[in-house]
Design a protein around this ligand. Sequence first.
Ligand SMILES: [Zn+2]
Ligand SMILES: [Zn+2]
Length: 179
Amino acid sequence: MNKVSICVVRVGNVEDFVISVLQSGIKLNFGWEVKLSGEIEIPHQSYNHLRKQFHSTTILHHIKNQVKLKDCSIVLGVTSVDLYVSGLNFVFGEARPVDGVCIISTYRLRPRFYGDEMDEKIFEKRILTEAVHEIGHLFNLRHCSNPNCVMFFSNSIFDTDKKGFLFCDNCKSKLKILK
Ligand SMILES: [Zn+2]
Ligand SMILES: [Zn+2]
């Protein structure tokens, strides 16, 4: 998996802290190269006025059309707005393996969203966890039944905090197949 390179794209306004967490954390823990590929606007048609949320699948299509995959294996979009897909109240992120594109939202990762004080370490771990989860989907991993594995499905921030950003041995062995 050493040749993997991930292009990170800001979708709308995203603070530098989030980008640097992704850049250093992914490289440090997985050895995957992370490149910055600028910023694109949030497509206005993704906004749902009734839900006051953004439809993540619409944004993924937009990223695919806007960002050239030239120098990267996959594209990771990062946004600070609240995302949803039909059938769920919200999502922390979404991946489309067929397009090699995924997205995460920091909206529900901030401790303040839950009434807690800002804690950069917790925020950082959540950002990495959600990013690695969606990247795992792009490597064709499915959800894992191990609650300590990053590929476990997060219903809430408690699941995210419990599982952390590492793959279980089973998922890790599947990752190696793709080498
Ligand atoms: Zn998932
Ligand atoms: Zn697993």
